[in-house]
Design a protein around this ligand. Structure first.
Ligand code: PLP
Length: 367
């Protein structure tokens, strides 16, 4: 076999940013109480599952989907109460929309700014697309540091700002006036990422009409459709018409279009489940807050961040007891000894609390 003179190794050919990345790792959690990924723990009513089965049976999976996903978009407009003069763009999960935005704005030297700690994909996707990333540290209790934000915006002139609202992994809503000041002073787009809107008490949706550089992104993942991969971006048609050019035409598959539309016809079921999760979040928060050695952070999302001594050992102790949550220690200095638990079904939450008590006891006594 002839050997080429220069070997085609990844090290030689790949962009440095890609070589430096670590692949996003998500454990499967098979057979465990899975409270690590902000999923909705509830199954759908059996009648609705049967309707979905019929839809799938009859689906033309030999054909390409509707490239514009028109019917699904109409349904999303209706359930989200989107104003008539706002436009929508659909993504294969909102992760894909983050990537599309960055790809569109990645002029040489262009910057993507967010806060830290926040959703890790902002930084990763900046690297994917060759944008320069700027991370502004949050203040005490994960609040926005407005002076630091305004001066970073002034200095870096970011083309793109991402604010998760509520923030992941801290769970809090930023001060809305601060966010508005950021929108007003930003020279580029500000994307308010409302992945957890279904569990939160506030939204920037009503502000879309007021700020032409504001876009609001949402996903249906946390509402109970994580497996379908569907997110959307809402905002001014001026922007969305340009961004739409970068969307791969068939990014939303036939099955996702059919099933998501069906689920949105029964939106009240999903909202009811979200309501239950919010109630159980209160239960879980009170248990955590009342536990010795634990400091829980208030949450407007379907997860709770908490601080505990020897978090790594506690996390392993939970795993040994069949409970998978997320270890945030080591992700960022402000998250040292922090763990994040997704609100599950009541029985899962109880199992988690019991396993946590045991794990803390064990790690404290060095067993
Ligand atoms: C989960 C999450 C997303 C991504 O959700 P998709 O499943 O890709 O739609 C985006 N932003 C934040 C803040 C998230 O927590």
């Amino acid at each position: 076999m002839p050997t080429p003179r220069i070997a085609a190794t990844p090290e030689r050919l790949l962009r440095e940013e890609v070589l430096a990345l670590h692949a996003y790792h998500a454990p499967t959690g098979n057979g465990m109480v899975k409270l690590d990924a902000m999923e909705n723990p509830y199954p759908l009513p059996s009648q609705l599952r049967e309707e979905i089965a019929r839809l799938v049976t009859d689906a033309a999976i030999n054909r390409y989907p509707d490239a514009g996903a028109r019917s699904l978009k109409e349904k999303i407009r209706a359930v989200s109460g989107l104003a008539h003069d706002a436009e929508l763009l659909l993504g294969n999960g909102s992760d894909e929309i983050i990537q599309l935005l960055a790809l569109a704005l990645a002029k040489p030297g262009a910057k993507l700014l967010s806060v830290e700690p926040s959703f890790v994909m902002y930084k990763m996707i900046a690297a994917f697309t060759g944008m320069q990333y700027v991370g502004v540290p949050l203040a005490e209790n994960f609040a926005l540091d407005l002076p630091a934000m305004l001066s970073a915006i002034e200095r870096h002139q970011p083309a793109l700002v991402f604010l998760a609202y509520p923030n992941n992994p801290s769970g809090n809503l930023f001060d809305a006036d601060n966010v508005e000041q950021i929108i007003l002073s930003a020279p580029g787009l500000v994307v308010v990422d409302e992945a957890y809107y279904a569990f939160a008490s506030a939204s920037f949706f009503p502000m879309l009409a007021r700020y032409p550089n504001l876009l609001v992104m949402r996903t249906f993942s946390k509402l109970g459709m994580a497996g379908l991969r569907l997110g959307f971006l809402a905002g001014s048609p001026l922007w969305l018409a340009q961004l739409e050019k970068l969307r791969l035409p068939y990014n939303i598959g036939v099955l996702t279009q059919l099933v998501a539309e069906k689920l949105l016809q029964h939106h009240e079921i999903l909202l009811q489940q979200a309501g239950q999760i919010k109630q159980d979040r209160t239960w879980l928060y009170e248990r955590l807050a009342g536990m010795e050695g634990v400091r829980a952070f208030p949450s407007e999302a379907n997860f709770i961040l908490f601080h505990v001594a020897h978090a790594g050992r506690v996390f392993e102790g939970l795993k040994q007891r069949g409970v998978l949550i997320k270890n945030m220690s080591g992700v960022h200095a402000a998250l040292a000894d922090c763990l994040r638990v997704t609100v599950g079904a009541p029985q899962e939450n109880e199992l988690f609390i019991r396993a946590l008590q045991d794990s803390i006891y064990q790690s404290k006594n060095g067993i």
